[in-house]
Design a protein around this ligand. Structure first.
Ligand SMILES: [Zn+2]
Length: 283
């Protein structure tokens, strides 16, 4: 069972849902939610319009165990399941109705390496997530995730963003940086405050716009046999056309096809899984 916290201004406005710890060990957003809930409860912040719902822990068992998931990735099964056959599918059955009943969803994640750069995913751009993303304190926005999977046949991708889109709503995923870093908690907290501010739900100055690099995700590279990435790539490292990115044990090399960025590299990727993604700045 998930626990939700609801605050209603009783004044017409936006229905906003904040999700955290969809992946149980990504706790920056959870801590930010708890800080904010405390501030609402002690009156330090007051909701002036709309309705706010927070679910600080979307995957309680994984959160308890400090692991990503119990049976499977909750962010790939976010759809209603008639006969849920995993723990995460039963959680999805609790979370999907919330996504359905909120016009805007901010889904807070964090990443696993020290120094990871915060960024947002924007899978289905519209006026709501454009406004929301403008208010986030991140330098990078990744677009085009659903396209590369429809293009390159597919893992099933029932994410929170997909779920919101199916219901005619809007979700944005924010990766807040390394989840054990205090700055990630601060970034998550500020993201919620800024979101409430741009939708006029609290009394706060609208945040300054930060310049953002919008990166179009272009393709993913499946690791088809044993091999190594050619260096310790980090997410959002620039790559130059012709640069050797990876080398299979049999000597075959993979090169950057253009000047762009390497995205979500997995140094330990098992064979037959996504090794890394490529993208370039959107014009
Ligand atoms: Zn995550």
């Amino acid at each position: 069972m998930i626990t939700k916290f609801e605050f209603d201004s009783d004044v017409d406005g936006l229905n906003l849902l904040i999700l955290a710890a969809v992946h149980g060990n990504e706790t920056a957003g959870t801590n930010a939610c708890y800080k904010l809930i405390q501030e609402f409860e002690n009156g330090a912040i007051k909701l002036k319009k709309g309705k706010l719902t927070l679910v600080p822990v979307c995957n309680p068992q994984a959160y308890e165990k400090d692991v990503r998931s119990i049976d499977e990735n909750l962010n790939r099964v976010m759809i209603m399941h008639e006969n849920p056959c995993s723990y995460e599918q039963s959680l999805a059955n609790e979370i999907c109705p919330l996504i359905q009943s909120h016009r805007v969803v901010l889904d807070l994640h964090s990443t696993h390496c020290v120094g990871d750069v915060p960024f947002a995913f924007c899978d289905y751009p519209d006026q709501y997530n454009k406004k929301l993303i403008d208010a986030l304190n991140v330098g990078f926005v990744l677009e085009g995730w659903p396209d590369i999977y429809s293009k390159q046949d597919a893992i099933q991708d029932f994410s929170t963003e997909h779920c919101a889109h199916m219901y005619g709503n809007t979700a944005t995923t924010l990766e807040c940086g390394y989840h054990k870093a205090p700055e990630a908690i601060l970034l998550a907290y500020q993201a919620i405050i800024n979101t409430l501010a741009v939708f006029d739900m609290i009394e706060a100055s609208t945040p300054d716009k930060r310049e953002k690099e919008h990166i179009q995700m272009d393709s993913y590279i499946l690791k088809t046999k044993e091999g190594q990435l050619s260096r310790n790539y980090k997410h959002l490292d620039p790559v130059a056309k012709g640069e050797e990115i990876a080398r299979y044990d049999d000597g075959e090399c993979l090169y950057a096809p253009y000047d762009g960025y390497i995205l979500l590299p997995n140094l330990q990727a098992p064979v037959n899984t996504e090794w890394y993604y490529l993208g370039r700045v959107k014009n």
